[in-house]
Write a protein that binds this ligand. Sequence first.
Ligand SMILES: [Fe+2]
Ligand SMILES: [Fe+2]
Length: 287
Amino acid sequence: MKDLVSATLCQQLLAVFDDPTYRPPPLPEVALELMALGSREETNVAEVVALLERDELLAATVLRLVGSPIYAGRTPIRSLREAVVRLGVQGVRDAVFEVALRNSVFVMPEYAETMASIARHSTLTAYITRIVCRRASLDQELAFICGLLHDVGFAGLLLAVNHIERADAPPLALLWKDIDGLHEHASLLLAERWGLPPAVVEVVGHHHHLHTGDCAALAAAVRLADHLTEHFGATVKGPMVAGYPMTGDSIGLFDIESACLELDIDTAALRLIVADAERTVPEIVLI
Ligand SMILES: [Fe+2]
Ligand SMILES: [Fe+2]
């Protein structure tokens, strides 16, 4: 244990991502195939339904989610076919990722409470990123996925800790600061390992600080949404120490201001985004 908490911890943890025996958190194949389908010009409804039907459990949970008011509005969606017709491939893909992340990726009994806070934070960030992009008139195609996956590095790193230290899970409080410092880069490595589109890799790997590449605007939207989760008490909460959760995943004032500048969002627009989010948050169903 002492060896693990050392100057080489960061290198050890990141090296795990290149280790062929390391299994990244599982992302259902259906989710990855839907991602590939979504970028095709023509996709027919039957093809998407057939794909979803390959994973019955996932499909059932997705159906429950898209039947909720946040997706379906006043008329509930009752079948996979209806879901694809009403929400489109992109909408269904976003719902599949939402369920997959919550049920397969952000799950680790050893660190259940921290993982639950990361799951809630990620879900809210995804919905708020969508709202920010809409207000900033940005292309929303990858908004939800980027928001949802931005902190996935936390999950990858906690699995990496177990991979190195196969015995009992070490006390998270000892590792938290290093994990927090590494999670942004770990998100990039995981997104790459899953073969997600380069824009997603780029954004999740640069979600904390000013980013100037082609995806600067989308990265700024995720950064701002990430910060706005504070308003809903949905920040990432680390392990408890002396009765309080350790903090992490914080974004500096400069980086929040630079995001607003990049997106041309002033105080009035920011207020509208928060109001939109306040309407949306109560409808987010945590299945
Ligand atoms: Fe975050
Ligand atoms: Fe983060």
